[in-house]
Design a protein around this ligand. Structure first.
Ligand code: ADP
Length: 187
């Protein structure tokens, strides 16, 4: 199964992605993790990405596309993938469709975790210190939410048009949300 979990920053796609990937026995891929790996490995791609990440900007599609191409065409991805918080632009979404089509696969479901913005801000402010994410001030959080509204909201429309979008209530306990996610993908 090829599943995408989308949601604004702080909506819990990482946690729910882990749970779902384990349940389905497939890989979870998050572009945030791939980018941090490339930055740590100091690859040319990582160094270029870092300039944008340091400025809290979206990393350009060109970089993201070469990262996900490697992943989506890997042997490990043949069983399926849970994609966490990407695609974040329509261009990335089109590239994912194309890469999957090349292996005669398609996106089965896209789940949008729906969490009110006031709760998102609260969650991020309260978790910032223990996660070691410095600089997670209200201002930075608002900046991320704005980037999300601007770039990623159109991706939701893209998948709605494709007829694969499900909106999942992202509030409540981790277990409650995991149960809704499970139902939405029919797992
Ligand atoms: P968050 O977006 O919640 O800050 P992530 O770990 O998902 O956390 O991503 C960290 C940073 O990496 C983002 O702020 C952004 O700069 C960049 N990034 C991650 N994934 C993408 C993507 N698919 N497209 C563009 N930029 C991305």
């Amino acid at each position: 199964m090829y599943i995408i979990l989308l949601g604004p920053p702080g909506s819990g796609t990482g946690t729910q992605g882990d749970i779902l990937a384990q349940r389905l026995g497939v890989l979870k891929i998050a572009t945030g993790d791939l980018l941090r790996g490339a930055v740590e490995a100091r690859t040319p791609l990582g160094l270029e990405a870092k300039r944008h990440m340091d400025r809290k900007e979206m990393v350009p599609d060109k970089i993201i596309l070469s990262l996900i191409k490697e992943q989506l065409t890997s042997e490990a991805a043949a069983q399926g993938i849970v994609m966490d918080s990407f695609p974040r632009t329509v261009r990335q979404a089109e590239a994912v469709n194309q890469l999957l089509a090349e292996r005669l696969e398609r996106i089965d479901r896209v789940l949008l975790l729906d969490v009110p913005e006031a709760e998102l801000t609260q969650r991020r402010l309260s978790r910032a210190p223990d996660e070691g994410r410095g600089g997670e001030t209200a201002e930075v959080i608002e900046q991320r939410l704005q980037a999300y509204r601007h770039s990623t909201a159109p991706v939701v429309g893209f998948y709605r048009e494709m007829g694969v979008l499900s909106i999942v209530d992202g509030t409540g306990t981790e277990e409650e949300i995991a149960e809704r996610v499970k139902e939405a993908v029919g797992a």
